[in-house]
Design a protein around this ligand. Structure first.
Ligand code: NAD
Length: 253
């Protein structure tokens, strides 16, 4: 029988963009539920500090990895390192993401490419690296972080919305490819969450956002992490190809 107090005991989780914000909350909650956690991020020092903080808070083993998910080679080395040091990879959370907001008239081609390279190609790179060992294990959980902007579109985010909508398509296609090996692939689409990514949004937009959210407030990073922890658990074994909105009701599909 599953130990419901520590549902992820014995599992190894890899969280990209895990050094801060939503990724840090995800890595923490997965460790609190019993997982060994690899915190992978481009900010290597911060990843190290976060991994240490999670280890001392939860008593779980953690590993910090320096990675640029937009590089296929870097993603491959990241997964290799997790397997070399922690033995396997059961849960991959593709959380690393960036914004470069601007109206299309003012947006540079480079800003489109940079966002798509990290948010969409980065997810593909990490999935490609992790799928082979998961296929061998005949088990795995992949959870991709999309966004309300990918579902409904957001003015000023043609690059970001396209990348996050792409993540939804990728999630569904991959879910079909690997389902026969009992690997599930799902997405979580957060609404507005206070992190470094959203701190510089104009005050008017922050105020206006509250009127679009039936629950009348922004979400906490932990509220995204709890949804990810569910999809990572054995209890979610029959859920795949799903996009779970965690947005206070902002986008109802
Ligand atoms: P954040 O900026 O606080 O954290 C993102 C992390 O990703 C950082 O630690 C950063 O160093 C890392 N990162 C960026 N580029 C990377 C790369 N190329 N390789 C490896 N790591 C990289 O932002 P956040 O708000 O915590 O966002 C986490 C995820 O949630 C992102 O995918 C974001 O698009 C998504 N999201 C956030 C919100 C929100 O309101 N904050 C809403 C919807 C979706």
């Amino acid at each position: 029988m599953t130990d419901t107090t520590l549902p992820l005991e014995g599992k190894v989780a890899l969280v990209t963009g895990g050094a801060r914000g939503i990724g840090q909350a995800i890595a923490t909650v997965l460790a609190q539920r019993g997982a060994t956690v690899a915190v992978a991020d481009m900010r290597a020092e911060l990843a190290e500090a976060t991994a240490q903080e999670i280890a001392s808070k939860t008593g779980r083993k953690t590993l910090a990895i320096s990675v640029d998910v937009s590089s296929a080679e870097s993603a491959r080395l990241m997964v290799e390192k997790v397997i070399a040091e922690l033995g396997r990879v059961d849960i991959l959370v593709n959380n690393a993401g960036i914004t470069r907001d601007n109206l299309i008239m003012r947006m540079d081609e480079k800003d489109f490419e940079a966002v798509v390279d990290v948010n969409l190609k980065g997810v593909w790179n990490c999935c490609k690296a992790a799928v082979r060992p998961m296929m061998r294990q005949r088990s795995g959980r992949i959870i991709n972080i999309s966004s309300v902007s990918g579902l409904a579109g957001q003015a000023g985010q043609t690059n970001y919305s396209a990348s996050k909508a792409g993540v939804v398509g990728l999630t569904k296609a991959l879910a079909r490819e690997v389902g026969s090996r009992q690997i599930t692939v799902n997405a979580v689409a957060p609404g507005f969450i206070p992190t470094a990514l959203t701190q510089d949004l104009p005050a008017e937009l922050k105020d206006a956002s509250l009127k679009m959210i039936p629950l009348g407030r922004w979400g906490a990073p932990e509220e995204i992490a709890y949804a990810v922890a569910f999809l990572a658990s054995d209890e979610a074994a029959y859920v795949t190809g799903h996009v779970l909105s965690v947005d206070g009701g902002m986008v109802m599909m």
